[in-house]
Design a protein around this ligand. Structure first.
Ligand code: ZN
Length: 79
C-alpha cells in the first residue's frame, strides 16, 4: 500500500483566489480558467522557439502610443 496523506496541492484561482482541485480546469467559484500545474507551460520558456517568436512580436509591437492623439485643431472657418 502506498498511503499518501491528504496533502493535495490546491490550485488557487488567479482571479478570485479560491483553492480549486488540481484536476479542475476552471474555478469552482468564478469559472476562471485555472493554470494546470501538471503541465509545463511554455509561456515563460525563452528557449522555446514559439515563445521566442511571440516575444519578438510583442517587442516589435508598440505597447502604447507615446502620446495620445492630439486634440483636433480648430479649423479656420472656411469663408
Ligand atoms: Zn475564481
Amino acid at each position: 500500500m502506498c498511503f499518501r496523506p491528504a496533502q493535495v496541492t490546491m490550485t488557487a484561482c488567479p482571479e478570485c483566489g479560491k483553492p480549486n482541485k488540481p484536476v479542475s480546469k476552471v474555478c469552482e467559484s468564478c469559472g476562471a480558467t485555472l493554470p494546470e500545474p501538471n503541465i509545463v507551460t511554455m509561456d515563460d520558456d525563452p528557449s522555446n522557439p514559439a515563445n521566442a517568436k511571440r516575444a519578438a512580436q510583442q517587442a516589435a509591437a508598440p505597447a502604447a502610443p507615446a502620446a495620445p492623439a492630439a486634440p483636433a485643431a480648430p479649423k479656420p472657418p472656411t469663408a
